[in-house]
Design a protein around this ligand. Structure first.
Ligand code: NAD
Ligand code: TDX
Length: 333
């Protein structure tokens, strides 16, 4: 029997890769997908070109905060995978209102209508940033939430709202908390696509603070693998961390990007003022998803990064219009 999956935010970076994978040759074959996406600055219809003509694909443009629209969609679906969010930390520092609206109110609208419609499984995609910064070691899922930016605070709030619908109403909510994703179709405001596209244009890259902040990099193929394990075999009311296993300081990452693009540090890196409240390091403990669901990242970082840089080199038609229409400080770096 075909499972009807509603994917919110499916025109964004990770959501679109999830949909392309689900409907691609390696997908499960027994799913029909509806993408619900508002098409904000981060949502791009071109990200779904590959699946547009697929017989088990449909697209609805709309807002996850709209209870009438969302309620109607819930009635026609069995499961939900919820990616839609405002996702950029720097934008949340400039103004948090849209983050609270989409990430908190939107998630509440989804779980509330999902519960009323009898949705079987609701996968809520969250982030390692909800735990806050950690100097040493790694967070297990039981670690208290100590988010520091308006973005991560709104994501932590959305996790709690979603999980409350499991405790209170018995909705089968499963939460994933992943580390920094990288790969193709990544909006060029985030560090890897921003730096790569600047370097490909012979421009400089803005490194925040001392460049010593550490992130764990997760290829989108591995993230999708983890989400599918949780959707198909995870347990109700549980949280699963998903990491990539490649921790790098921003300095180390920048060095690799310069090498990949044939640029040098002196000519290309500008040290700029640090991000306010900049979290020093994130690190998730992935024991639970590994032992319970058999998750292991498969993509090596060097090879994944080289492939990503190649994609940006070969797909200027995808990112040049996004940078030309840019409204953020990142655009003129
Ligand atoms: P993205 O910004 O690329 O895409 C977000 C998508 O959501 C866009 O298509 C946008 O149009 C849509 N959207 C925004 N507001 C909406 C609304 N009100 N109604 C309907 N659609 C709306 O984000 P991404 O990087 O693909 O992240 C997807 C999810 O994964 C987010 O929940 C994010 O918090 C989480 N996450 C991302 C990363 C990462 O490294 N990118 C890491 C951890 C967690
Ligand atoms: O121009 C830059 N210069 C710079 O040094 C930018 C944009 C970033 N940085 C630094 C800040 C961070 O330490 O690079 C690191 C990564 O920054 P981002 O790409 O903005 O990602 P981050 O803030 O770590 O958040 C990302 O991972 C977790 C996603 O954007 C979130 O949605 C996700 O939850």
């Amino acid at each position: 029997m075909t499972t009807r999956v509603l994917v919110t935010g499916g025109a964004g970076f990770i959501g679109s890769h999830y949909v392309r994978t689900l409907l691609g040759p390696a997908g499960p074959g027994d799913v029909a997908v509806t993408v619900l996406d508002k098409l904000t600055y981060a949502g791009n219809p071109a990200n779904l070109d590959e699946v547009r003509g697929h017989p088990r694909f449909s697209f609805v443009r709309g807002d996850i905060c709209d209870p009438v629209l969302v309620g109607g969609l819930m009635d026609r679906h069995d499961q939900v995978v919820h990616f839609a969010a405002e996702s950029h930390v720097d934008r949340s520092i400039d103004g948090g209102a849209e983050f609270v609206r989409t990430n908190v109110v939107g998630t509440h609208t989804l779980v509330d209508t999902a519960h009323r419609a009898g949705i079987e499984v609701f996968v809520h995609i969250s982030t390692d940033e909800v735990y806050g910064s950690i100097d040493d070691g790694s967070w297990p899922e039981s670690h208290p939430l100590r988010p520091n930016s308006p973005y991560s605070a709104s994501k932590a709030s959305s996790d709690l709202v979603a999980l409350s619908y499991h405790r209170t109403h018995g909705l089968d909510v499963r939460v994933t908390r992943c580390s920094n994703n990288y790969g193709h179709h990544h909006f060029p405001e985030k560090v890897i696509p921003l730096f790569v596209t600047n370097l490909l244009d012979g421009r400089k890259v803005p490194l925040y603070g001392d460049g010593g902040n550490v992130r764990d990099w997760l290829h989108i193929d591995d993230h999708v693998q983890g989400i599918e394990l949780v959707r198909t075999r995870g347990r109700a009311g549980e949280v699963y961390n998903i990491g990539g296993g490649t921790e790098l300081s921003n300095r180390e990452l920048t060095g690799m990007l310069l090498d990949a693009c044939g640029a040098d540090w002196e000519g290309s890196v500008v040290h700029v003022e640090d991000r306010k409240g900049h979290d020093r390091r994130y690190s998730v403990d992935c024991t639970k998803i590994r032992e319970e669901l058999g998750y292991a990242p498969r993509r090596g970082f060097e090879e994944g990064l080289a492939e990503t840089v190649r994609w940006y080199r070969d797909n200027r038609n995808w990112w040049e219009p996004l940078k030309a229409a840019a409204d953020g400080p990142w655009a003129s770096a």
